[in-house]
Write a protein that binds this ligand. Sequence first.
Ligand code: KG4
Ligand code: ZN
Length: 322
Amino acid sequence: MADCIHKKNLLLSIESSCDDSSIAITCVDDYKIVFSEKVSQESEHDKYGGVVPELASRLHLEALPKIFAKTERYFPYLCAVAVTTAPGLKVSLTQGVSMAKAISIGLDIPLIPINHLQGHIYSLFIQKETQFPICCLLVSGGHTKLMQVEKNSSKTIGETMDDSFGESYDKVAKMLGLSYPGGPIVEQYALSGDENRWTFPVPLRQSPQIMFSYSGLKNAVRIVINKEPNLDKQTKSDICASFQKTAVSHIIMKLKKHFRTNPPQNFAVVGGASANIYLQDELKKLLAKFDCANFQAPLMKYCGDNAEMIGRCAIEKQRKPL
Ligand code: KG4
Ligand code: ZN
């Protein structure tokens, strides 16, 4: 066993808000991850072009107990169990929450409820000390949100009015007959595409408000797809590249507006879609213009949903109210 296991100082965390079943065990003293495993359901949902809630729930019910069985040797050292309670798919969340309740009662340890979005912020600090304040962009399948995060509080600066950034990639992929989740595959196709073949209107370009919208862009892409007689690989790549350029420009323009009155000191991007290198590169270029050198993103393996971030968040929550 790892050195840090010497007393009741381990926290078990569970994440099952969407289509990933994940359990981690973190040492509360030094934040070291002593166990982690994630079972992704992506290939199962791919057959249906998106997440099917009932299927997700059944797959969590199969995967979570199998992962949990591997953690038995840590039981004597567990001091708490943390679980994502919201937001997410109800039927998926329920599986993790039921398991956490059973562990809490069975081992007589406290249960710590964690908000999934807070968890994503803490994906920046897995096995590390926290660093606040930070201006944080969350881009996932369910959210597009710009926040100012302080040590004990967080304020929303702007969020999406409709679809999220990641969701728009999923929908474009589906329209093009590409696999689920759409983010990685659309980003990959875009690499060999011509981003100037189509000019899609940048959402909310004239609006002074810091808010996001992706449903109009999705519909503009749909019109192009419906009109295109030949959807060969190159055409699909060009559509992906033109779409991605606009989707990211939208974020960059809104951030620029915000930074003019609130110059960034520390900036981070989190959430499943923070794995997008094109987005990260454009963010870095923008931050350079505002002389902000402190750009953070989670390690690639922690961009998507994972129990490690829930555990790290819970350790902080145990110490003080978030
Ligand atoms: O955080 P996450 O794993 O689950 C939610 O909380 O929603 O985010 C999943 C989302 C999906 O919409 C997926 O397509 C998107 O993140 N995503 C990406 C990329 N990788 C994942 N979007 C754009 N580019 C990527 N490379
Ligand atoms: Zn997430």
